[in-house]
Write a protein that binds this ligand. Sequence first.
Ligand SMILES: NC(=O)c1ccc[n+]([C@@H]2O[C@H](COP(=O)([O-])OP(=O)(O)OC[C@H]3O[C@@H](n4cnc5c(N)ncnc54)[C@H](O)[C@@H]3O)[C@@H](O)[C@H]2O)c1
Ligand SMILES: O=c1ccn([C@@H]2O[C@H](COP(=O)(O)OP(=O)(O)O[C@H]3O[C@H](CO)[C@@H](O)[C@H](O)[C@H]3O)[C@@H](O)[C@H]2O)c(=O)[nH]1
Length: 429
Amino acid sequence: MNISVVGTGYVGLVTGVSLAEIGHHVICIDIDEAKVEQMKQGISPIYEPGLDELMSRNIEAGRLTFTTNHKEGFHLADVIYIAVGTPEKVDGSANLVFIEQAARDIAKYIMKDIIVVTKSTVPVGTNDRILEIIEDNQIHNVQIDIVANPEFLREGSALMDSFNGDRIVIGANNVYEASIIEKINEPFGLPIYHTDIRSAELIKYASNAFLATKISFINEIAAICERVGANVEHVAKGMGMDKRIGGEFLNAGIGYGGSCFPKDTKALIQIAGNVAYDFELLKGVVNVNQKQRTLLVDKLNERFATLVDKRIAVLGLAFKPNTDDMREAASIIITERLIEKGAIVIAYDPVAMENARGILHADILYANSVQETLHDADAALVLTEWDEIRNADPTVFHSMKNPIVFDGRNCFSVDVMREGGVEYWSVGR
Ligand SMILES: NC(=O)c1ccc[n+]([C@@H]2O[C@H](COP(=O)([O-])OP(=O)(O)OC[C@H]3O[C@@H](n4cnc5c(N)ncnc54)[C@H](O)[C@@H]3O)[C@@H](O)[C@H]2O)c1
Ligand SMILES: O=c1ccn([C@@H]2O[C@H](COP(=O)(O)OP(=O)(O)O[C@H]3O[C@H](CO)[C@@H](O)[C@H](O)[C@H]3O)[C@@H](O)[C@H]2O)c(=O)[nH]1
């Protein structure tokens, strides 16, 4: 099958590469010329384990190409995937400008019957709107069908998730287009769930909102644990053994960040609000997460009379390990607060530092290793559980002025840190 993918961010690029890997001919289109030049050479513009190798292999096999030209990109396509961003607007709703532009681009250049597949996370009703824009603006009189096919991959394990996901959701109006998209995805060998378009759109938001709810729930339990002398890890383990609850996404810490949960929870509150429904539970989830992000700063404030001129080492900046993505990372607000309070902040992340430099406060200093970050620091904050950080021996903290560690990801064993001579503060333990 000839497939075009519009937008080569985390989702578009991984989708394009995965579809090429299972044998389709894929052309990826992006408006960012620098990105496209890089990708043509087999270099991924994002850090995602395994992506460079798979890209190169499929480029060499002649199944994967890149362009900035929509006309060229759509020329041979039987199916067009839309994977452009749907970022958050000031009011929390999803910004659909990129989606609408992609629809207009499709309308302008398609010359044969086509199925348009929406991978982007879009509010309920958006696929109807995409179809309307294309039909209103199409130059050639061809048949257009639309399919909602939300994406569930996680950054840092995106390829793994594409080939081993729990399900592929296909939302369509007719059996014909649903069967074509099923056929495209057949080689993945994953369970396929067919539904209507609006239900597919909502499955994506409901899934993210539910996972975010699990995280905020366990973070509130962690707060209670700290006050009653229980251990949140033990509580989560005991809860998760019940199959109805499940053990995943019950890691307490400094809350959820990233390009999806923060924006998608707020967008779902808006989607509900638009039909006069007050999604009270989800509002609570968002508020808890907001509080959680500055938990370590609150703990630092309790421990030190003042943070003025205190040297604070920050270990990990990305919103989660194995990605260079800084979108909605807790490190942004935490380092901002530390600087406001007069602290000297020195930070380290194995891969996200280049992105971080363009986003974080200009006064932040950067180090080249865990050891260099910790040297002479008054306190250390762990914000991302990179293996390099979580595998560190407690003795690494002995080069600090005083080995005082605030761990926002519960990376270390409380006992090992205590026995290792570290004053150790974690979340809910
Ligand atoms: N990042 C994730 O892990 C993830 C997972 C599942 C779903 N999603 C959803 O997938 C969508 C894409 O997310 P992302 O993180 O990949 O976005 P992104 O911002 O990383 O990438 C979007 C890309 O689209 C390009 N683009 C914008 N308009 C274009 C146009 N008219 N033609 C061609 N290219 C265009 C941009 O240049 C950019 O490279 C969002 O709706 C997101 O919510 C993301
Ligand atoms: O028990 C947990 C699990 C995760 N997190 C945090 O939650 C955020 C999101 O993590 P994760 O879900 O692993 O990464 P994402 O790449 O944001 O993936 C989510 O968002 C994507 C975009 O919609 C979806 O496709 C995925 O299914 C969904 O897991 C990160 O800040 C994690 O640190 C926790 O605090 N505790």
